[in-house]
Design a binder for this molecule. Sequence first.
Ligand SMILES: Cc1cc2nc3c(=O)[nH]c(=O)nc-3n(C[C@H](O)[C@H](O)[C@H](O)COP(=O)(O)OP(=O)(O)OC[C@H]3O[C@@H](n4cnc5c(N)ncnc54)[C@H](O)[C@@H]3O)c2cc1C
Ligand SMILES: C[S@@+](CC[C@H](N)C(=O)[O-])C[C@H]1O[C@@H](n2cnc3c(N)ncnc32)[C@H](O)[C@@H]1O
Length: 647
Amino acid sequence: MKTHAIVAARLSATPDGVPLSAAYDDVYHPRAGALQQARHVFLAGNELPVRWRGRERFVVLETGFGLGNNFLATWDAWRRDPHACRQLHFISIEQHPLARDDMRSLARDPDLAPLATELADAWPPLTPNLHRLAFDGGRVQLLLAFGDVAAWLPELVARVDAFYLDGFAPAKNPQMWQPRLFKAMGRMAAPDATVATWTAARAVRDGLVSAGFELQLAPGQGGKRDITLGRHAPTFRPRSAPARRIPNRPAGHAVIVGAGLAGCASAQALVEQGWRCTLLDRHAAPAQESSGNPAGVFHGIVNRQDGTHARLHRAAALEAQRCIARAIERDGVNGSASGLLRLETSGADAAGMQAVLERLGLPGDYVCAIDALHAGRLAGLPLCHPAWFFPGGGWVRPGELAAALLRRAGAAAQFRGGVGVRSLRRAGERWQLLGAGDVVIEEADAVVLANGSDALRLLDAPRWPVQRVRGQISLAPVDRLPARPRMPITGTGYLLPPVDGRAVFGATSQAGDEEATVRESDHRANVEQLQQLVGAPLDLPVGQLEGRTAWRVVTDDRLPIIGAVADPVAASVQGARLDQPRFVLRLPGLFVFTALGSRGITWCALGAQVLASAVSGAPSPLESSLLDAVDPARFITREARRRTASG
Ligand SMILES: Cc1cc2nc3c(=O)[nH]c(=O)nc-3n(C[C@H](O)[C@H](O)[C@H](O)COP(=O)(O)OP(=O)(O)OC[C@H]3O[C@@H](n4cnc5c(N)ncnc54)[C@H](O)[C@@H]3O)c2cc1C
Ligand SMILES: C[S@@+](CC[C@H](N)C(=O)[O-])C[C@H]1O[C@@H](n2cnc3c(N)ncnc32)[C@H](O)[C@@H]1O
């Protein structure tokens, strides 16, 4: 998917105060009021709240988020309904979202005002991503897709129960009412999905009918005009690609192997989707291996092109910021999500760097370019390079974050420490996990392998290009530094604000090195790296430094591995479709989340949501093309392409 810079909406108003779009010369809602329209056309038109009653999950997809009134009205109706579905997912696509200040200052119906404040507080930077905002303890999930509806609809992975079509008038905004958009919606429609829209325009109705919707007209508000309501009743339902098939299983029990960041975040995300989890780890407590460092950083990236890596890392960083900020504020985790500096040592100056951001259209609340003086002021120590400043980046104690995520999962997640998993096997419809002497430790509907490089052993060594990369960090009394950094400084290596009175810096990177002992030579390398980072000699005797070693699990494309495990037998059958990861057949109920590389803190929150969506069938927080990029089956696809290319 090609992305474009997001241009915020320019709001004005009609003489009688109805919000108006300057670009489309049309009003956001009728004069009678946004709430009335939302309740009459979109809620009642989709037979809500009745249709969501008693359901585990209900999914709405809206075209045109606009001012968010339909979302707020739906959330409000869900809150007022004692029999509402357990979880409400609201997906909405918007090309011109409001700037955060406009979102805050909009006049709202009194019924919606408190929810509108929560929405404005959570409003994301205007980047061309899917932004997942969770409310009411995760029981209401808003997935905001910023960009053009035509680009987004084929990228969304969800089974939709109700469609709200709310573009501007078809004559002024024809892009929102194209037959191919309705076809894309038809592909996402759940059995019996409904559609509602305020327009009765002939072309819209014809397009919906040809996409398999049976329509009826209903009276509009105050008898003014007809509205269109419909139900999806296609004569033919195309089959989705195996990795895009949305499981229709009820929430069950998952066993997660590994209680590092990946495993604990997966437990929290699965519980949010209604699953029960058992988390197994060979250590007595969570986060004793890679996730056991005293502290680490999280942040986005800037690439010259907005390609797969840039989009993925940005999506991960934005989800991490939300998750970690909450862990710091509400769960008492040590860390900060109020900024991180990434020094630019290529020789580029701040003006040139800012020009890159402007060309990419990246907003200042995601990243901005600053000169060395400004960077030094923010950091609290002199710096000699310009920097990318990520206002939502920061640092955290990964072990505390993992523990907080596990606590958030509550009683539905059980941790069993001191349990090493030797192997796994399929037993009927379920999976069994075996320990020493082939004793069955646990049995479950789904298994998630979040156990670092050992996941490959449990999967019988698939041919994944993964390596273990040793890393040693160093810790020094903070008074040995010329000044205390106020925020993390990264570049070649990193330096963190004091953690327990010690400066944490590093780290080394040694592929294939399995030595666990802390080495003085590595401390020396870390000190040299730190001197380059801060641009000054430092008096840090290596003999007095403390350290810790751990291993990163890294793929050759530097992306994590997340999703359903491919069926190696089915993939080797003559004629099996292997041209894209999504077409490769899967082993039912077996999932993996590993290879978080040197960005496990940044990746754990989004990766866990992607994993939970694959297990539970909840809407995916990543678009289809990005799911392919982290799919475990991508290595099979690559190998198949190589075989084809070599004849
Ligand atoms: C030196 C260093 C510095 C780093 N700095 C940063 C940083 O600043 N920012 C950042 O984002 N990332 C950083 N990382 C990377 C980050 O630490 C990792 O990506 C992350 O911790 C990986 O989490 P995980 O849950 O996948 O793995 P782990 O934390 O290793 O968890 C895997 C768990 O599986 C368990 N396990 C394995 N096999 C079995 C089995 N058979 N049965 C039962 N249990 C099993 C293990 O005991 C372990 O608890 C750094 C890594 C290193 C090495
Ligand atoms: C009538 S308003 C939506 C009102 C909104 N549903 C609400 O509850 O406030 C129509 C919205 O469609 C958006 N839009 C127009 N063309 C679009 C396109 N091609 N892709 C995505 N959104 C688009 C507009 O920016 C506008 O916000």
